[in-house]
Design a binder for this molecule. Structure first.
Ligand code: ZN
Length: 318
């Protein structure tokens, strides 16, 4: 017990140290800035890029933590309440957010749903690949349980989400409107270039099927004519059945798949076992639900990780 408490203290000290350099958790808002709390990493990165010098961004989920099952603690709730903007993904990604918003009534913070205006897919919708009709999309306002929240893995959607963040900033801080517009334009151009890079690299490749650990890549697949087969569902911690594993082995054989993708924030045990079983190799495909502390230290961000993803996709789809 005692040892554990010392360790927790140490972890806290480390996270306070890290707070100054990006992905870590800041313990308080900053007086002369627009304070923004974000529910997970991509929103943090987009807000930093669009807000520039005028914002202090507090990412709630610490580096190295997978956000699907994360819930806010007392300090997080205080940080959100003291901020001007609270950015969250919506589309059912943050299971805790609906109840939380009800408790925010008396606070000055403005909640912003980052995925507003993004064409949301239903869970498993990309399964039939590039040739599915537009009418299959989920146009309902209410994000149901079967909505796939992983919209940020499409650079086009990342651009829309950054635009939503820009609009919220302009509304919260109209004095710096031209700076937010300029930051957004510069970042949007980079996201356009990323989209083009994906299109140019993936279009001509012979394979179109990817084997992944959790079902996070529907939007990416949708944009570039790929199909994903996932060992697990929308959340990465579900236990796959023997039947799921068998299906995956068959899929790997059927499509001549050479690599199973895994991600850094979740144990790679399952992907490794399956790869050994099916006599294929593993590679990282990062769903960008968070960075590791190492990646934060290395200065990685949404665009650089998406470029690494593209390298590995290109390798796997030869
Ligand atoms: Zn996910």
């Amino acid at each position: 017990m005692k040892r554990r408490r010392i360790l927790t203290g140490l972890t806290l000290a480390i996270s306070l140290l890290l707070a100054g350099c990006g992905g870590g958790q800041k313990s308080a808002v900053v007086e002369d800035k627009i304070n923004i709390t974000t529910s997970f990493y991509p929103l943090y990165d987009f807000a930093v890029k669009v807000g520039g010098a005028h914002v202090n961004v507090i990412n709630l989920v610490p580096a190295g933590v997978e956000p699907h099952d994360w819930t806010p603690k007392g300090r997080d709730i205080k940080n959100i309440g003291d901020s001007q903007l609270f950015l969250y993904q919506g589309a059912g990604f943050e299971g805790w957010v609906d109840d939380f918003l009800k408790s925010l009534k008396d606070s000055k913070v403005k909640p912003v749903v980052a995925s507003t205006g993004v064409e949301l897919l239903k869970a498993g919708e990309e399964a039939d690949g590039h040739d599915h009709g537009k009418d299959e999309h989920n146009h309902t306002e209410e994000a149901g349980k079967d909505t796939d929240p992983h919209a940020w893995l499409s650079p086009k959607n990342a651009k829309k989400m950054s635009e939503n963040i820009k609009n919220a900033l302009v509304e919260a801080d109209p004095a710096h409107k031209s700076d937010y517009e300029a930051n957004y334009s510069a970042y949007a151009a980079k996201l356009d270039a990323l989209d083009k890079q994906y299109k140019d690299s993936l279009t001509g490749l012979p394979k179109k099927e990817i084997a992944v650990s959790h079902q996070a890549f529907a939007y990416l697949c949708h944009d570039y004519g790929l199909t994903q087969m996932a060992i697990m569902g929308l959340s990465p911690d579900a236990e796959p059945t023997a039947q799921d594993m068998k299906k995956m082995r068959e899929y790997i054989g059927e499509h001549g798949i050479k690599y199973i993708f895994f991600e850094e924030l979740v144990s790679d045990k399952l992907a490794k076992t399956l790869a050994k079983d099916a006599n294929v190799e593993t590679l990282v495909l990062n769903p960008l639900e968070g960075l590791t502390e190492e990646q934060v230290k290395q200065g990685k961000d949404y665009i650089s990780v998406m470029e690494e993803n593209l390298k590995n996709l290109t390798k796997a789809l030869q």
